[in-house]
Design a binder for this molecule. Sequence first.
Ligand SMILES: [Zn+2]
Ligand SMILES: [Zn+2]
Length: 132
Amino acid sequence: MSTELFVAHCPNCGNVFQKNLRNLCSTCMVEEDKQITAMEQALRRNRQLNNDQLAELSMVSVQRIRAYIRKGKLKLCDYPNLADACDLCAGPIRQGKLCIDCTVRIKEDIQLDLERSKQKRTQPIFLSRNSR
Ligand SMILES: [Zn+2]
Ligand SMILES: [Zn+2]
């Protein structure tokens, strides 16, 4: 049996590593642990930090902080001013992947699409020709 089946490219740095539960190579795992410890220390001193303040204090980039929040490494319920970012507009969100505005917009878009495809199916061709 070869171990080659169990190696992968680290999604963080691209190095080949032996697969594990965290899906990170050992270098990145150590780095991630360091970053999380730094963030936790900063937050222990001040729970009210927002993302930018936390980035400055912990030396972890805002993008990484967002990724940790998304992965559930930082619990937003414990920290009132931290926020994840909406996948579509990058606005602040506290749960899920999209902000309320985008959620509503997507729902409306889907609804519109549904209605449009319904109309297309039911409308006789001569009607659409005359309605110009
Ligand atoms: Zn790595
Ligand atoms: Zn949004």
